[in-house]
Ligand binder design. Structure first.
Ligand code: S3P
Length: 172
């Protein structure tokens, strides 16, 4: 366990993890790390390119490797990719080195935030409400494994960060 625990933001695509992470880290004066960006740097390829040329299992492997490295840091704020919670190994890493804050949003809000998005390979073929709902339901047990859960629907990034800062003493 690092001296000062890390903070991991988890949640489905479009729940605001990166924006919230950036603002939270600056409010706390801590370093911010975006797990997707770390994977992109490691692979020297975009998320779309990794999925299309290597496939999802290879992406998940790169994601776990980057998370293993990041978990060894102390006091950083980390925004994870929406599927990072799927591997038990990743959940253990996050639990052992920090606190987990899960951001949620209603399925309609997620659909409108992701409308027209071209950066998420998992939604390339089908980004319908039904598909989003099925994915959300399948992932719910993993997202629920958190110290704090915040519904971001109709909330500004500022308001979400204020809620995290309000509760942080209880779990950090
Ligand atoms: C994914 C979410 C993405 C990215 C990849 C897979 C997922 O990150 O890691 O496209 O499985 O939900 P964001 O949640 O930051 O969009």
């Amino acid at each position: 366990m690092p001296v000062v625990k890390n903070i991991f933001l988890t949640g489905f695509m479009g729940c605001g993890k990166s924006s919230v992470g950036r603002l939270l880290s600056s409010r706390l004066g801590r370093q911010f790390v975006d797990l997707d960006e770390a994977v992109v740097l490691d692979a020297a390829a975009s998320i779309n390119e990794i999925f299309s040329s290597l496939g999802e299992p290879a992406f998940r492997e790169l994601e776990s490797q980057a998370l293993t490295r990041i978990s060894k840091l102390a006091a950083v704020v980390v925004s994870t990719g929406g599927g990072a919670v799927l591997a038990a190994q990743n959940r253990t890493l996050m639990r052992q080195s920090g606190s987990i804050v899960n951001l949620t949003a209603g399925v309609e809000a997620i659909a409108s935030r992701l409308y027209g998005d071209r950066q998420r390979p998992l939604l390339k073929e089908n980004a319908s409400i039904e598909r989003l709902r099925t994915m959300l339901e399948g992932r719910e047990p993993y997202y629920a494994d958190a110290d704090l859960r915040i519904d971001t629907t109709e909330k500004t990034v500022e308001a979400v960060v204020a809620e995290i800062l309000h509760s942080i003493k209880e779990f950090q």
